[in-house]
Design a binder for this molecule. Structure first.
Ligand SMILES: *Cc1c(COP(=O)(O)O)cnc(C)c1O
Length: 445
């Protein structure tokens, strides 16, 4: 049998190092790793040990440092998701999970994560309506809504409305509102997937109330008004507003996208649930994790009759949210200002002051940092074209990759060959962690 070339003997030191690489069981007996195995699970810790052994075998670390390296590389939790400081200047960053939750929402989720009275009335011991206090919070916040229902996301709210209210009948929608949400998902395809038929009216740039009126007939399920949340059509345009559609004798479902419950003065072009319901929408659908600043979910608000048809439809069971979402949503609606709201309303003078202080601190630590003005955006497919004046710390571009690998990871934005750390979406309490992450990234340069 051909054994191939004889192995080249390693230099004596390395050979010893290889022989001395400790066995997995021996490393796992290290008290730090044994404790971590109880907290994170044996598989998670074993993976860190195997990686450290591989590094020792490759000569990257000494063989007697395997346990230290494994302990140092342990993740903070048993899940792979890591905390990231959002210094991109995009408030609702889709790849960073859109809205960050408030402390109030996080605490509510933690409490609800155990056994909790999500469907139980503790006063009587009888079964109670699931999520009733979250629904009550929504109705208190939007008195124009007679009833509310919560599903998994904005897309699920549309699917449920289409299934429960249109069935195989027509949904009348403007050609100017056939929106692709993102990642290749398109609202018209989503609706068609339910079996409903789309009745497109008007043109890309102009659709009048008469176009809708001409399409209404016995085969109509409802009129759908979709807020074009991630693009703008300008020039020779016309669209029908909710008030113009409300008198046509068929239900009007309005997808506002962003989840604003009431008007936001900084974003005058963003629709909100209260205004569109008052204008005559029978149902409003929205996302929970955009401008509302809450957990991923889909809100349905409006007339009792229609909300009930959605919430009692068999499909509602497949789209229902868990207790964690209900807890976070209620705390978002009832609780203090959300991080998203704080970021949106942050005053540019204070952002500049924070950027200056951070840059001073970093320069004192030997980092090539400078405070600069910057443009932030709402993001998450919301408020296209709106520029939020902001401030950033500019670093040499190679920092971007190093900061992504740090702990916490920091996600900045590359602009003109520099790495900008935009502060608008960074809560002020994270400034210190940000400075330490940059200082750590600077080490070894
Ligand atoms: C974001 C958005 C959706 C989809 O909502 P998800 O919560 O992402 O499912 C639907 N319609 C509009 C207008 C949107 O902006």
């Amino acid at each position: 049998m051909d054994r191939g070339p004889a192995p080249v003997p390693a230099p004596p030191g390395e050979q010893d190092g290889r022989r001395r690489i400790p066995r997995t069981d021996a490393v796992l007996a290290d008290p730090r790793l044994a404790e971590a195995a109880a907290r994170l699970g044996r598989g998670v810790v074993k993976a860190a040990v195997v990686t450290a052994q591989r590094r020792a075998r490759a000569g990257e670390i000494p063989a007697d440092a395997v346990a230290d390296a494994a302990a140092g590389a342990l993740p903070g939790t048993a899940a792979g998701l890591r905390p990231v400081v959002n210094a991109t200047g995009v408030l609702l960053h889709t790849n960073l999970g859109r809205a960050p939750l408030s402390d109030a929402a996080r605490e509510a989720m933690l409490v609800a994560s155990g056994a909790t009275d999500v469907e139980l009335d503790l006063a009587t011991g009888a079964r109670a309506r699931r999520g009733r206090s979250a629904l009550a919070a929504l109705l208190d916040a939007v008195p124009a809504a007679e009833a509310a229902h919560v599903v998994n996301n904005g897309a699920a709210a549309l699917v449920l409305a289409a299934t429960a209210l249109a069935g195989d009948r027509e949904i009348i929608v403007s050609r100017g509102e056939l929106v692709e949400i993102g990642d290749g998902f398109r609202i018209p395809e989503l609706l068609a997937a339910t079996g409903a038929r789309l009745r497109e009216v008007g043109t890309t740039n102009r659709t009048s109330p008469d176009d809708y009126a001409a399409a209404v007939g016995p085969g109509t399920g409802f009129i759908l008004k979709v807020h074009p949340s991630n693009f703008r059509v300008t020039g020779f345009t016309r669209s029908a507003d909710v008030a113009e559609l409300a008198g046509l004798g068929v239900p009007v479902v309005a997808d506002i996208g962003s989840g604003l419950l009431g008007p936001e003065p900084l974003l005058p072009d963003e629709p909100d649930a209260a205004t569109w319901l008052k204008a005559g929408a029978d149902l409003v659908t929205a996302s929970g994790d955009k401008l509302l600043g809450g957990p991923q979910c889909g809100l349905v608000l409006g007339k009792e009759e229609y909300v009930r048809r959605l919430s009692r439809h068999p499909l509602a069971r497949a789209l229902r949210v868990d207790k964690l979402t209900l807890a976070a949503l209620e705390a978002t609606v009832r609780g203090p200002r959300t991080p998203t709201d704080e970021a949106l309303n942050a005053d540019v003078t204070s952002l500049r002051e924070r950027a200056r202080r951070l840059a001073d601190r970093l320069r004192a630590a030997g980092v090539d940092a400078a405070p600069v003005d910057s443009d932030a955006a709402v993001g998450g497919g919301g408020a296209p074209g709106v520029v939020l004046p902001s401030a950033a710390v500019a670093l040499p571009e190679p920092y971007a990759a190093r900061l992504r690998h740090g702990s916490p990871a920091v996600m900045g934005r590359i602009e003109d060959g520099r790495c900008l750390l935009d502060l608008r979406a960074v809560p002020p309490v994270q400034d210190d962690a940000l400075a330490r992450a940059v200082a750590a990234a600077a080490e070894g340069w």
